[in-house]
Ligand binder design. Structure first.
Ligand code: GAL
Length: 670
């Protein structure tokens, strides 16, 4: 990732401009005490480094970087373009972003630029060139950190320049206005366009917007941010071709398609703020780490930001309890990270984030937080053997940004929550101690013996064909409801729902019957409606979804017992070798395809997964009984983590271990 024979990187965002210079020497002293090896410098320094148009003041940053270097701390140098200085928007108010309702956003916060603003990009790249020329040869610089969390606050802008850029993007995508009309289905509601100049971004409008227009504006906006990144990258490649480059991602972040972005960074880095008050946080964090590892095909990644304690941006901000900071850090290492960094080094005394925890809290070094930081730094410094090593997985979940966007659009059957659909599978696999990779739709899945496609709602037909080939080559395939419904233009799949998966699964979907309730999207106030399925001799609970399904060429494993779908198959299985034999005998050599038309209860999901894993030749390391515990293998070690607030005794493969609350054990891989 960064450098050869490097240790596990340890450090955080360092914002020395918030402090008088006499604090800087103390910072370096404390960094050395804490075992800090790298500091991310300059993320929000543009206004201090270019205080007036074209006037650069690098002298103070020279002293900061020289001081870190003398103290043995490397620098991840930010390009500082995430928060343009006030003089820039005062001179060029047109760079300020505009909301869908037409509100131009103001100065006094951060990220106040329209991604399509050419003026912003010119000023940003001029600044980056000056920065790169100044520091490109400095021995402390280990990496470039372009901008910060692209799209975090302003993922889309509806200003006129963005509208013009959107038209250019559409023309490049479709070639002709008739192709756009076809893709967008503009015969509906009299939306036909005569020329590109008539097309607008999906600004606030009277009723449901055109769904494909909305999706294209999402795609365009992700690409517009990527153009900002690329403009800075081009300067850095020219001036400092040997310094690796990253930009910090935000886990499962809907507006930006990280499959596309990850191809353009030298290593993936991620910012991660699991809510310590949410019992699902460890499982969600695990899923996020797996995505980060998968974005560049298993390459080690960097945890660029996390917090030592509480954040300040939730309504009520629970702190990480003793041990949790270490545990989330080790979870990242186990799931492929080579670096553990924080926002931020020293807790601010002014500004909007003064109540956000840091490595050095307001209360100073004689604190539990600084002691935990120091202990972690010492521990990570002994773990150089993990650096560069890969995490192996034979199970893949297909993850798709377009499906996420399309599934959650208005005017759809139930506005399912895409991440819930993904997590319902990942959660169970994690609890069974099975490591999962994510894959992009259409990418080769030949290396995986079990592939799962939950709610893969809107993908090109070819992506469904890739999945249909899995059972045919002897692999195991599980397909969840709301897969293969639309194509990449959000038209219903040709040949009906599931498209080419129909034959592989041996089923046909006739009609959706989602389980509705007053609060299906879940604000936490109303229970999710449930239904029942008959599975063998037992009746099990299921939730979220039912549908009328026909299993023309598949074995029916479970049947809906009530509602419109009563009597209709709920879970089916088909052997690739031919029509279902009715035999339950696992056939490790044969391919199998399951279709799951509901969200079954956990016990049923486990049974289904154990059947699929068994056929795939994958042995789960845990029994699923304690979802507070997870296990991952990396670098010859089984990392067994207990996120529970109580001691846990679990059997991991052949070993039975007892792990204290918020603690971990490391076992050699058997
Ligand atoms: C991130 C951001 C940091 C800081 C942090 C607080 O989104 O990159 O600058 O604001 O959140 O949690």
């Amino acid at each position: 990732m960064i450098g050869n024979n490097a240790p596990v990187w340890f450090g955080g965002d360092y914002n020395p401009e918030q402090w008088p210079e006499e604090v800087w020497a103390d910072d370096v002293r404390l960094m050395q005490r804490a075992g800090v090896t790298i500091a991310t410098v300059g993320v929000f320094s543009w206004a201090k480094l270019e205080p007036r148009d074209g006037e650069f003041d690098f002298a103070w940053l020279d002293r900061v970087i020289d001081g870190l270097h003398a103290g043995g701390v490397k620098v991840d140098l930010a390009t500082a373009t995430a928060s343009p200085p006030p003089w820039l928007s005062a001179a060029h108010p047109e760079i300020l972003p505009v909301t869908a309702e037409g509100v131009r956003l103001g100065v006094g916060s951060r990220q106040q630029y329209s991604p399509s603003s050419q003026v912003y990009r010119q000023y940003a790249t001029r600044f980056v060139r000056a920065l790169a020329e100044r520091y490109g040869a400095h021995p402390a610089i280990a990496a470039w950190h372009i901008n910060n969390e692209y799209g975090c606050h302003v993922a889309q802008s509806f200003d006129d320049e963005s509208a013009a850029a959107f038209r250019v993007w559409l023309e490049a995508r479709y070639g002709s206005i008739e192709a756009l009309n076809h893709a967008w289905g503009t015969a509906f509601w009299s939306q036909h366009y005569a020329r590109f100049s008539e097309v607008e971004p999906p600004r606030a409008m009277p009723s449901f917007p055109n769904p494909t227009q909305v999706l294209d504006f999402h795609r365009f906006s992700s690409d517009a941010l990527l153009e900002c990144y690329r403009a800075e990258l081009a300067v850095l490649r020219e001036v400092t071709p040997d310094i690796p480059v990253t930009t910090n991602f935000m886990g499962f972040f809907k507006p930006v398609d990280y499959w596309t972005w990850a191809k353009e960074v030298d290593f993936v880095s991620d910012d991660s703020y699991p809510d310590p008050a949410d019992p699902l946080s460890p499982a969600f964090a695990a899923m996020t780490r797996d995505l980060m590892r998968s974005l560049r095909g298993g390459q080690p990644w960097m945890l660029m930001e996390q917090t030592t304690g509480a954040v300040n941006w939730r309504t009520r901000n629970a702190p990480k309890l003793p041990g949790e900071n270490r545990l989330y850090s080790m979870q990242s290492i186990a799931r492929g990270a080579d670096g553990i960094l924080y926002f931020q080094w020293r807790q601010s005394v002014a500004g909007a984030e003064k109540f956000h925890a840091a490595m050095v809290p307001h209360a100073g070094e004689d604190t539990r937080i600084f002691r935990e930081v120091t202990a972690l730094g010492a521990e990570l410094s002994t773990m150089g053997d993990v650096v560069g090593s890969r995490v192996a997985s034979s199970v893949a979940i297909v993850f798709d940004w377009d499906s996420w966007n399309a599934l959650e659009q208005a005017a759809s059957p139930a506005q399912l929550v895409y991440l819930d659909e993904i997590m319902s599978w990942h959660w169970s696999l994690r609890a069974l101690g099975v490591t999962v990779d994510f894959v992009e739709p259409g990418a080769s899945v030949d290396g995986y013996s079990l592939v799962i496609a939950p709610a893969l709602f809107a993908v090109p037909r070819s992506a469904l064909e890739t999945l249909a080939a899995v059972p045919a080559r002897g692999g195991q395939l599980i397909v969840g409801y709301q897969t293969g419904i639309l194509d990449e233009n959000l038209h219903v799949q040709q040949g009906g729902y599931l498209g080419p998966l129909q034959a592989a699964l041996g089923v046909r979907v006739e009609e959706f019957a989602p389980l509705a309730g007053p609060d299906l999207r879940g604000t936490g106030t109303a229970p999710v409606p449930t239904t029942a399925i008959r599975f063998g001799d037992t009746v099990r609970a299921a939730s979220v979804w039912t549908e009328l399904l026909h299993a023309d060429d598949a074995e029916v494993l479970a049947t809906f017992t009530e509602g419109l779908a009563e009597g209709s198959p709920a879970i089916t299985r088909r052997s690739a070798s031919g029509p279902a034999s009715g035999s339950d005998a696992p056939d490790a050599a044969g391919g199998t395809a399951w279709y799951v038309a509901t969200r079954p209860d956990t016990a049923t999901v486990y049974e289904l997964l154990l059947d699929a894993l068994g056929r795939a030749g994958i042995r789960p390391l845990l029994d699923g009984k304690n979802p507070d515990v997870e296990v991952v293998e990396r670098a010859g070690t089984r990392w067994v983590l207990n996120f529970g607030r109580a001691e846990a005794t679990v059997t991991v493969g052949e070993d039975t271990v007892t792990i204290a609350a918020h603690d971990l054990v490391r076992l050699p891989v058997a």
